[in-house]
Design a protein. Structure first.
Lengths: 303, 478
């Protein structure tokens, strides 16, 4: 910082300084209290076997034991990591591109566009708990479920237990989660598309570009900021996936996710707060990856 | 619900005079059986080895109330309120709670503030609930799950209330509500046995015989399959119902002592005896509903109601679904038998799961000091057969615990339930009530059993090692 710059700041009135201090200070305090303090507390708790009752004493300190057990012995940890990764890949490769595809279609001013928009966006308005409940009814095995019923799979031998069969239920849940994700991405992307300068398309058309080329060579690159937002949203939605699996069976039997493991261990009657915190820390570390990548990119662009 | 219509508007208070005498006579019959034979059973169940003589029922019932219709317990003030935490969130038991609260208010003039929470949520949040701002009195379970919170100091001992009402319970119940420190922490309010339920009409129609041995059970299952029935209805979506099957097989094969030892960490899950349980279970699974993983117990009970399934190993509360989804004729058609014997030395134990529900007094309630007398009066009120009967009449399938309960309204099914429990030499509470909550939870034992059920022919010792490792990883209990 040059002296000139510092000089300019010193021209601020006392009042300005107070306003600035408040505007920076209050968010900082909120950030520290509501984000950093719990995070650091979680990390601290993950080295204990505290059960949420009474004070934490030296006897509660177990060092890395929660982590070694988690990585080497806990039957549900690696499946949960795998399921979260499958979730992420499915969202990135299928749900999100499909949402973008719908947005592009709806951007073309087809007739009844508003109706389609509303129809696809409706699941986003519903809470995931309701989404979980709706799909539970669809997926129920045998004659009680809509899908099995429609397919005529109602006998004891041929009924498909969509949510109860490990290996199948994750995919069934992904379809349900995507139903919502697609609408969310669609709306985000549609908003982005609407803001693209129409003269760009005109120019591309005059230059003889076809629809395909116009989108991939002109519109898509212009939308880079929106694309980044969408990617981040997708990654975050995948990592924090929780509601549907929890509604369906508390995240058991093939639906283990890191988030449900945390809940089942630390918030349930089990109340293994130390162990649950260790899983939470693992999820935090995983989440930091994409966040750091994203911030890195943003800062590089700014500089 | 027909039963709710039948319930008198006011509280079912003890009638003065002769009617009461005649009722006692009935009582002597039924409760006497339960009292004498049941005591040894319940005593053994709780493993305390106490030698208290059986408390006879009739003497007991003289204590509370007698002819004075609305005699409040001495300590109760006539005004004020008591707050109550309830996990009776289903319509029928919730109605029962409301009627009981109204009866309590009418009898004592004390208002009841009830907070009803969905029962799964209630269980999940019990630790923070009891440490935060719990109600004065709250519903919970007996067994290890009660003692755990007593050990943490989150529950107030109620020996004074108990000493005035204990004559209304068999000493077996007394043991069930006694904590590790010898103090009493709860009033037992109901219990229910686990057994194999079936429809009498289905058995008559196909001329099935009640199986008493394993071979008979398998033969019957095969016959049912040929007749187009699912032999065993089974729904494990909620994770806990499968525990009932594990319990009964372990009790039959390895006996009560091993089972309780296993659930309290004195025995190892890697024991070959546990392998034997899983192997036996694997033989039964081909006859169980293959859709179990996606079904709730209610949906499975519907298969029994609809005569799609022949048998169902569950608690007596299965009758709730018969009341809710079936007709009174369906309910009258419901019967059960004890799980067949496997020819081991433990057959004589006639063991079964018969969980007891309790009402307790919290320790951290903000209003407890002010409400103390009322909170105790409310517990006292719950110790009366007349109170418990209000709940029973809602068709909950839960048997009252008080000796002075008027059993004249019991159905044949209820009487049989009383009998099977009283004949048992050993009684367990249920896997998740006899063990630590952090072991039995969704990503603990529930998931381990789901893992087994998904592939019963897997390397069992590997699974058992995983279970034991999980147990070993848990923090010390106190």
């Amino acid at each position: 910082m040059s002296a000139a710059v510092r000089h300019r700041y010193s021209l601020l009135t006392r009042r300005d300084k107070i306003v600035l201090a408040l505007m920076v200070g209050i968010p900082t305090i909120l950030d520290l209290v509501f984000i950093w303090a719990p995070t650091i507390a979680s990390i601290g708790l993950s080295f204990t076997n505290w059960r949420g009752i009474g004070a934490i004493t030296a006897q509660n300190w177990v060092g890395l034991r929660n982590y070694t057990f988690l990585f080497t012995q806990y039957l549900f940890f690696w499946p949960a990591v795998e399921h979260n990764l499958v979730w992420l890949i499915f969202f990135v490769c299928i749900a999100t591109p499909f949402g973008m595809f719908l947005a592009v279609l709806l951007d073309r001013d087809i007739r009844g566009s508003a109706i389609y928009q509303n129809a696809f966006f409706l699941p986003v308005v519903l809470s995931l708990a309701v989404v979980g409940f709706i799909w539970e009814l669809l997926y129920a095995p045998g004659s009680s479920g809509l899908i099995d019923g429609a397919l005529g799979l109602t006998s004891q031998t041929n009924a498909i237990d969509w949510l109860g069969t490990p290996g199948l239920n994750l995919w069934a849940v992904l379809v349900a989660a995507s139903w919502r994700q697609v609408g969310y991405i669609m709306i985000l992307y549609l908003a982005g598309l609407k803001s693209v300068d129409p003269t760009l398309r005109e120019a591309a058309a005059i230059d003889g570009a076809n629809e395909w080329q116009t989108f991939f060579r002109v519109v898509f690159p212009v939308m880079a900021p929106i694309n980044t937002v969408i990617l981040v949203v997708t990654v975050i939605e995948s990592l924090r996936a929780f509601d549907i699996a929890y509604i369906i069976n508390h995240g058991k039997n093939g639906l283990e996710l890191l988030s449900t493991l945390i809940t089942n261990n630390s918030i349930s009657e089990a109340n293994l707060i130390g162990f649950g915190s260790a899983i939470a820390v693992v999820l935090l570390v995983i989440s930091l990856g994409p966040i750091i990548l994203y911030l890195n990119r943003v800062f590089r662009e700014e500089s | 619900m027909a039963s709710s219509g039948d319930t008198p508007r006011g509280p079912a208070l003890p009638d003065p005079g002769t009617t009461q005498l005649s009722r006692r006579t009935v009582l002597k019959g039924v409760a006497g059986v339960a009292g004498l034979a049941g005591v040894s059973a319940f005593l053994a169940a709780c493993g305390a080895g106490a030698t208290t003589a059986p408390t006879k029922a009739p003497a007991a019932s003289a204590a509370p109330g007698g002819g004075a219709a609305s005699a409040p317990p001495p300590a109760a003030s006539a005004t004020g309120q008591v707050t109550v935490g309830s996990n009776n969130s289903d319509p029928a038991p919730k109605k029962g709670m409301q009627l009981i609260n109204a009866a309590f208010t009418q009898a004592t003039g004390v208002a009841v503030q009830m907070n009803t929470v969905d029962h799964n949520t209630y269980q999940d949040q019990i630790t923070s609930y009891l440490q935060g701002t719990p109600q004065d009195d709250f519903l919970w379970f007996s067994g290890h799950r009660m003692r755990f919170f007593a050990d943490q100091g989150l529950v107030t001992p109620i020996d004074d209330v108990w000493s005035s009402v204990k004559s209304n319970f068999t000493s077996a119940f007394a043991t069930a509500v006694t904590g590790n420190d010898g103090k009493v922490y709860g009033i037992p309010i109901d219990y229910y046995p686990w057994a194999v339920f079936y429809r009498k009409s289905v058995f008559q129609q196909h001329n099935y015989q009640i199986p008493t041995t394993w071979d008979q059970l398998i033969t019957l299952s095969q016959t049912m399959q040929k007749d187009g029935l699912i032999p065993f209805a089974f729904g494990d979506k909620d994770g806990w119902p499968a525990m009932g099957t594990f319990d009964i097989l372990d009790l039959r094969l390895n006996g009560y002592d091993f089972h309780i030892g296993l659930l309290t960490g004195k025995q190892k899950w890697t024991d070959p005896k546990v392998t034997a349980v899983f192997q036996q279970w694997a033989k039964l699974l081909p006859y169980c509903d293959s859709q179990f993983a996606g079904l709730t117990w209610q949906q499975s009970a519907d298969k029994l109601i609809q005569k799609k399934a022949g048998m169902y190993l569950l608690g007596l509360f299965v009758s709730q679904e018969f009341t809710a989804a079936g007709s009174p004729a369906d309910l009258a058609d419901l019967d059960f038998f004890a799980f067949p014997y496997l020819g081991t030395q433990y057959d004589a134990e006639k063991a079964l799961d018969a969980p007891i529900d309790v009402i307790m007094m919290s320790a951290k309630s903000r209003s407890l000091q002010e409400d103390m007398a009322n909170a105790k009066a409310y517990l006292d009120f719950w110790s009366k057969g007349s109170t418990q009967l209000i709940m029973f009449k809602q068709g909950t399938g839960l048997i009252p615990t008080a000796n002075d309960t008027d059993t004249s309204g019991y159905s044949a099914l209820d009487k049989k339930a009383v009998q099977i429990v009283s004949e048992a030499q050993k009684i367990t509470q249920f896997l998740d009530r006899d063990s630590r909550p952090d072991f039995a939870g969704a990503n603990g034992m529930q998931s381990f059993l789901a893992k087994f059920l998904a592939n019963p022919n897997q390397n069992l010792m590997a699974l058992q090692t995983t279970i034991q490792n999980f147990w070993d990883s848990l923090p010390p209990e106190t």
